[in-house]
Ligand binder design. Structure first.
Ligand code: S3P
Length: 437
């Protein structure tokens, strides 16, 4: 049935940041004694990380649905060999960060995920970890999961990473905690720095220097001693908030506030991009929580957005938001060009292809680039088309973008897989419905 799109109104919270939740779980497990995870994201990806630590002998206490999670850490050298395969589901962050950590443990591990995860590139971590002395086997000449890891003593290295990837950087940093010397990683531009922040908050010093050309170098020494368990405060996920920001911007008459959203500069490129498109976004009540900058975001769907260009060092700062940004571009006047985003081809799906097909359902003209997409603004859905059927490629961010597209068009949406949304945001659909007035 065709419905008139409804404005979005209200004050909402989005779930805890996915990247920070993974890191808090890891660092809680490696701390000595009780840690409390406040605002931990309860979604498939992050629950896989917790379950893996349980399999490695760590006690985790907490309800399946809400409240804080308590982790009884056993210190940096307290993990025990698991008796079965460690299952990481759809989570690249779990797989890559834990492969780094497990490379340095004195035991054998096997890590494997779902069909999509087991096709994602792992050479990017195996190559540098092997240079540190790690022994890792994988499918396709040791480039794809399942991965088998024989932990051993590692060495510090200087590594020049060809990609700006926080998963690569963090895998090496976790291995680097146990190395016999300093670790220096250079990346083409600074990727999300949550691991650096969490290490520093636990008094494991990490230094970052940015060169004139934007290249970032991260330097650390092995952990000198155990640290105590602590409280980890996890802000709302800006990558989850982004769906609601764009939903409000493309639904005229919307006014929506999202409270306590993490606005770490290495993650908040979405705000910069939307503001460059003319979006009306207010950032208020700025404060720090758990070593991360946090704020309330208020957005008004008052004026039409304008096309823009998104490329260069901005890309890693909004890499997960490109699907929903593409929908904003589809609703904008003029053309939006996204370049330097080749990494999107190896995310939970080939997101450049998935975006193209999603926009095709909305009648939007696009041009494919190797490393991006050109989007000619203008939604042209035939009036007779009552149902919008989307192919998600089992990718949570594509599925959520499709649901926002349907809400803005006032059409029913059919997804070939809506379960995948629980990868990062199980209550997404309910929340989107609740705020349409
Ligand atoms: C993440 C890093 C990014 C991001 C992913 C989460 C992390 O991946 O796309 O969703 O938590 O470190 P890359 O490191 O591959 O860029």
């Amino acid at each position: 049935m065709n419905r008139t799109p409804k404005p979005l109104q209200g004050i909402i919270q989005v779930p805890g940041d996915k990247s920070i939740s993974h890191r808090a779980a890891i660092m809680a497990a490696l701390g000595r004694g009780k840690s409390c995870l406040r605002g931990f994201l309860r979604a498939d990806d992050t629950l896989h990380t917790l379950k893996i630590f349980q399999a490695l002998g760590i006690e985790v206490i907490g309800s399946a649905t809400d409240g804080d999670i308590i982790v009884e850490g056993r210190g940096l050298r307290g993990l025990q060999e698991a008796s079965d395969i460690l299952y990481s589901g759809n989570s690249g962050t779990t797989t890559r960060l834990l492969t780094g950590l497990l490379s340095a443990q004195p035991f054998f591990s096997v890590i494997s995920g779902d069909i999509s995860l087991n096709q994602r590139p792992m050479g990017r971590i195996i190559t540098p970890l092997s240079r540190m002395g790690a022994t890792i086997w994988g499918r396709r000449q040791h480039t794809m999961p399942p991965l088998a890891i024989q932990g051993r003593k590692l060495s510090g290295i200087n590594y020049d990473s060809p990609v700006a990837s926080a998963q690569v950087k963090s895998a090496l940093m976790l291995a680097g905690l146990y190395a016999d010397g300093p670790l220096n990683i250079t990346e083409p531009s600074l990727s999300r720095d949550h691991t650096e922040r969490i290490f520093n908050s636990l008094e494991i010093p990490v230094y970052t220097s940015i060169a004139g050309n934007g290249t970032a170098t991260i330097s650390m020494s092995p952990a000198a001693q155990d640290y105590r368990g602590t409280d980890f405060v996890i802000p709302g996920d800006i990558s989850a908030a982004a769906f609601f920001l764009v939903a409000a911007l493309i639904n005229p008459g919307s006014e929506l506030t999202i409270t306590r959203v993490g606005i770490n500069p290495t993650r908040s490129g979405i705000l910069q991009a939307l503001q460059a498109m003319g979006a009306d976004i207010l950032v208020e009540n700025r404060h720090e929580a758990g070593g991360e900058p946090v704020a309330d975001l208020t957005v008004h769907g008052r004026r039409r957005l304008q096309g823009t260009e998104i490329s260069g060092t901005l890309i890693p700062r909004l890499i997960d938001e490109i699907p929903i940004l593409a929908l904003a571009a589809a609703h904008a006047n003029g053309t939006t060009t996204i370049r330097d985003a080749r990494e999107l081809r190896v995310k939970e799906s080939d997101r450049l292809q998935a975006i193209t097909l999603l926009l095709e359902v909305l009648g939007v003209q696009t041009e494919s680039l190797d490393d991006g997409i050109i989007i000619h603004g203008g939604i042209r859905i035939p009036a007779a088309k009552k149902l919008l059927a989307f192919k998600t490629f089992h990718d949570h961010r594509i599925a959520m973008t499709a649901m926002v597209a349907g809400a803005a068009a006032g059409r029913e949406v059919e997804l070939d897989d809506d379960q995948c949304i629980s990868t990062s945001f199980p209550r997404f659909s309910q929340l989107l419905t609740d705020i349409q007035h």
